[in-house]
Each structure stands twice: as C-alpha cells, then as structure tokens.
Design a protein around this ligand. Structure first.
Ligand SMILES: Nc1nc2c(ncn2[C@@H]2O[C@H](COP(=O)(O)OP(=O)(O)O)[C@@H](O)[C@H]2O)c(=O)[nH]1
Ligand SMILES: [Mg+2]
Ligand SMILES: [Zn+2]
Length: 336
C-alpha cells in the first residue's frame, strides 16, 4: 500500500472512524490555518471546481500535496484567490480525511486504480431493465465495492417501460437491498425523481452503472438546474469550452444538504484488495456465525462454520448463497 508522506492515505479509512471536520493532528498543517474549507464538485483537466461558502470557484492542486489527488466529493482546504471571478485560480493545500472511497479498476487506457468519488454515503447502482441488458455480474461487483468501501447500496432499475423488473428482483431480493424501479413515463411526470429522492435525503449518493442505463437522465431529473449552474460556471471561468464527461460531478439536492454524484459509465470496480470481513459486515444475520470459522476462512470451504449456522436455522440459506456469490465476485476478472 503506497503512502504519501505524512499525509493521510485514503486506505486509512478502513481502520479509523470518520474524522471529517476535525482539526488534523499533524504538525505540518497549521500554516494553512486560515484556509477556507470547500468541497470538490468536479475535475476537468487538472482544474477542480470547488464549492466554498456557496460560491463555485476554480482551483488547482498545490504542489505540496505531492502525488495525492483530490477527487469529487473530497473536503479540501483552499488558499489564494477565492473570489470565483474569471481567470482566478485558488490552490488546494489539504485534503481532509475521507469517510469512504469508491475506486474503479485499472483499464487499458489507464493502468492505475483510482478513486472515483470520496465521502459518498450511498452507492446507487443503476441498471436498465433493457437497452442495455442488465448485467448481474457488474451489479455484484458494484455491491461488493459498496460494502467494502463503506457505502450503503441502493439498486435503481430504470426503463421498466421496456422490460419488467421481476427477474432482477428475484436475483437480488434475498440481499435485502433497498431498490427503486423507474420508467420513462415516471421520469416525465416527476414521479421517478420523487421516489428516488426519498432514498437520498441528507446523504451523498454516487450514481454508478454501465453507460446508457440512464444515470444522467435521472440525476438531471433530481436536480434540474444544478448541472448547468456548475458546468456553465466552469466553462465561463476557464474559457475551455464544453465540460468533459470523464469526471464525476457532484450536485446539491435542493432540500437538505444531500448530494447526488453523476459518474461517467463505470465498467468495473477495483476488487483486488477487498477484505471479506467487510463484505460479511453487510450480512449481520451471518456475521456472528463466522466466529466458529477457521482462521482466514474464505467462507466457501468445507470447514466454514456458516453452513452449520444456516442449518441450525440462524439465517436463511439464500443469504449464505448470496454472500458466497458476492465473495466469489472478487475472484473473477471479467469487468461485466
Ligand atoms: N425507455 C427509457 N429510456 C430511458 C429511461 N431513462 C433514460 N432513458 C434513455 O436512455 C439513454 C441513456 O441515458 P443516459 O441518462 O445518458 O445514461 P447514462 O449513460 O447512464 O448517463 C437516453 O437516451 C435516455 O433518454 C427510461 O426510464 N426509459
Ligand atoms: Mg451519463
Ligand atoms: Zn467461514
């Protein structure tokens, strides 16, 4: 695991509670005590759009941050010109401790695993019921990434005007994951946004899924004006023309401090370093049964205590099947 100097590493969140908002304890940082706090809304070619005191400003990473990258959702400290006026550029001098990270895997164009979104509470896994066809293995990978990253999953099934949700609901019903089903008609009436919104209040929700499933359509229905406000500002300040769609984009919900994060079509997630115990944590009915397991049990081997746990009636066998299916997801190499 790579460390970046004395600064906190994103992986630390696995062993330490969320300290967002606390003053950092290292003695390097106080020189920026007067820095303003902000949140990264989007990143475009090295320029970070940040929300500071209700203003949208453009910033770049200060050299002192070294290789550590600020990503969408990061809480950051900024110095310099914070006016947000044309041709101004603030500097990000600190990235606050992250409460969660969502990583995507390396792909052909980019050999490094990268954090896509920081500090999300919830992962909305968006699947079209048709066009494109649902990909259960991609959903499984998203679920494992959510459990491992400390995000609560929400299944969003779109395009029910094209195909019914029955088969998918059968597949995921045992997992006790909240879900919503939406259609073209409900998008147009506003009903879809209203229903999805009930799952979002007060939280940071990252929308992920294969390209074409309807993420952007849904996010725009949830926050009708915000996208233009944020990306329009970026274009005006940088004069660079169209905002690229390669970065995630965080947009505030009107109601109560919740955020939605639209992401580009993510095909897969990094599952290489997943800790099975974190996945089991999402199965509280099974977790106590692992006490009788051999050390470093894969939970899919003859001595695993979970078979007896289920046979004794402590949990539904379908749940153990689901857990094993998700844990097996780690072994597969296909993206979807
Ligand atoms: N029939 C149908 N089409 C939808 C629905 N939601 C989105 N779409 C269409 O699906 C296409 C891809 O949507 P988009 O939001 O760009 O997907 P993204 O790549 O996941 O952001 C667009 O043509 C949308 O109009 C839906 O509920 N029903
Ligand atoms: Mg999109
Ligand atoms: Zn076991």
């Amino acid at each position: 695991m790579r460390r970046y100097g004395k600064h906190t590493d994103e992986d630390d969140i696995r062993s330490r509670p969320n300290r967002r908002g606390n003053r950092p304890r290292t003695n390097i940082r106080p020189k920026h005590e007067d820095a303003a706090e902000g949140m990264v809304l989007t990143v475009d070619r090295g320029r970070l759009t940040c929300l500071v005191d209700g203003r949208t400003i453009l910033a770049m990473k200060a050299r002192e941050l070294g290789r550590k990258a600020a990503v969408v959702g990061d809480q950051v400290a900024l110095v310099g010109d914070l006016s947000g006026k044309k041709d101004t550029l603030a500097r990000i001098v600190r990235i606050e401790k992250r409460s969660s990270v969502l990583r995507r895997t390396a792909d052909d164009d980019d050999p490094y695993e990268r954090v896509v979104v920081a500090n999300a509470d919830q992962l909305a896994i968006v699947t079209a019921l048709a066009d494109p066809e649902p990909r259960p293995r991609l959903i499984d990978r998203c679920l494992v990434a959510a459990f491992d990253g400390g995000l609560e999953p929400l299944l969003v099934m779109t395009k029910s005007d094209l195909a019914p949700p029955d088969k998918l609901l059968e597949l995921y019903g045992d997992l006790d994951i909240p879900y919503v089903v939406t259609s073209r008609e409900e998008l147009e009436s506003g009903g879809a946004a209203d229903r999805v919104r009930t799952f979002l209040d007060g939280r940071v929700t990252a929308f992920v899924g294969h390209s074409g499933v309807g993420k952007t359509t849904l996010v725009n229905a949830l926050v009708p004006e915000e996208r233009r406000r944020v990306t329009g500002h970026v274009n005006a300040v940088t004069g660079r023309g169209r905002h690229t769609t390669t970065s995630a984009l965080a947009l505030p919900l009107a109601s109560d401090g919740g955020w939605v994060v639209d992401t580009p079509g993510v095909r897969s997630f990094g599952l290489a370093h997943i800790d099975p115990s974190r996945v089991i944590h999402a199965f509280p009915d099974l977790e106590p049964g692992t006490e009788g397991c051999p050390r470093a049990c894969s939970h899919d081997e003859p001595d695993c205590a979970l078979d007896a746990w289920v046979a004794d009636g402590h949990a539904d066998p379908a749940r153990l099947y689901s857990l094993r299916r998700l844990l097996a997801t780690r072994e597969r190499t296909e993206g979807d």
